[in-house]
Design a protein around this ligand. Sequence first.
Ligand SMILES: [Zn+2]
Length: 104
Amino acid sequence: MAEALSCDYCGKGIEDTPEENAWHGVTPYPGDMPNTGMCLACGGDPEARTTRKRMGWALVSFVDARIPIIRDALSSANRASFEKMTYEQKANVVTRMVARGVIV
Ligand SMILES: [Zn+2]
């Protein structure tokens, strides 16, 4: 029987199954093992039809907070090509820049 967990971001009650917990089976476990999980709305649902839902609320808010910072830092030529990117491509730029330590 699956454990009852609550989402670390929104507090929603979920079960520790692949269908409900985005952290199911992840090692080392990112949460407080006996109590917390990550619901698919926050952690991302690989089966969802929209990019934002696939990414999950936690990552979308992380990316949304940084898109204006990157846009402002770009030269006007680079900014024009950045604006033409899809949301998914912009998200990739954000996560790459964070990984490289360009922004936090
Ligand atoms: Zn949640």
